[in-house]
Design a protein around this ligand. Sequence first.
Ligand SMILES: [Ca+2]
Length: 496
Amino acid sequence: MKPSLLLCLLLLCVSAFAQAPADESASKFTRQSLGSNGREIFSAQADKPNILFILADDLGYADVGFNGSKDITTPALDHLAENGMIFASGYVAHPVCGPSRTALMTGRLPHRFGAQDNIPPGHPEFGITLSETFLSNVLRDSGYFTGMIGKWHLGSAPEYQPNQRGFDEFYGFLGSGHGYFVTRYELKFETEKKAGTAYSDSNAAPLLRNGVEVKENNYLTDGFTREAVRFIDSAAKKEQPFFLYLAYNAPHAPMEARKEDLEKFSHIADRKRRVYAAMVYAVDRGVAKIVETLQTTGQFDNTLILFFSDNGGAIPTGASNAPLKAGKRDVYEGGVRVPMMMHWPAQVKAGQRFEHPVTSLEFYPTLARLAGASIPAGKLLDGKDIWADVMAGRNPHTDEMIFAMSHRHGYTDASGRRGKWKAVKAYQRPWMLYNLERDIGETHNVSQQHPDMLKKWSATSRTGRTPTRCPCGCTTPRTRKTGKATPSPTLTTPSN
Ligand SMILES: [Ca+2]
């Protein structure tokens, strides 16, 4: 079988179990009335969980205490993990920032609608298609107070910004990264503006509050923590539950740490790793403040906190994904299997470790159901509600594939995990097969010992739907004939 065809079939395989709407009948919440804005308001607000995503950026699998880190200390995160559930096999849908966040907000594989790579900086006309209803829209429409703080990276034109995508409040930046000592970047941005080279998603652009430029004087991670505390304080005064998407850009480049945090890691000889560690620790300091705020406002017990990274650690910046192979932008485990845990005292018992795979694609339908929210009719999803399986300790994916793709210059990497088996097509090499149960580091290719395995998978995929064209939109003949790129990311523009 041609690799490109198998790649398409892998994608079809996930289609077979996709598009499951949330099971509203399972909701224990009852709709009561419409609010002044037409949104449904629930009477049992106290029972509806607050939802807090805390996203790290390019954080290595091994770089949190709850995953065994010895040199980087993360006491606040570890405390939450010890009192909640660690996902040992938590996957994101893509090994790069923008597409991974797209999957989180849309509940879909980003390749399905042309969002398979990052939005290139300096292209404010691009953004995630407005035809996709974000999770934030669904939660806000069901009565949640919603906030987005930190790195957006899903489009910088006004129609793509957080306030237009379901968030009541936004504080942060629109691009792929940002300098941490913000005031030091002000001159750079002014210089760029004078030269006509400034753009709104530059890593030197001013921070925004609800679309308005504001001055940020703090170290950026601390600034985002301050805003998260402010949002949680404000949410406590409302009748509504809240959804806060707190997307720290740490420890993504540029690698800049506070002196006080660096001193804490003087035992790390490697300068690059020391800066990285200090940046991770700044996030942990923030988490401690956020937890304290939740506690003092009486919201801690009924807040579902989900902490994870948008993709695997970027090894050149000092990250470690050990014992996983490779890192950011790779479809090996190190690119897509990330540090992940949840904490929710009201529903999740302390001290649990969930070994079965879960993916960020499942957060959309699972959280919508927990929130008693209605997903619009016709909304397509690539994940399913896994809450019952997770609570029962069952594998939610006994016969389903965990899928990843990564577009390179001129070719595409792809992988699929089913149970203990993982197939990988990377760097234009032949398909390889690994047994993750025995070989978590993907070091022993066993495709020769199991020649039937990849064939079986592709046969299984044929039992799924048969679309008229490959859903990933790849142009196999052209790619094969010319040996040139997989088409550049076809980022979408508004349809109206
Ligand atoms: Ca990232």
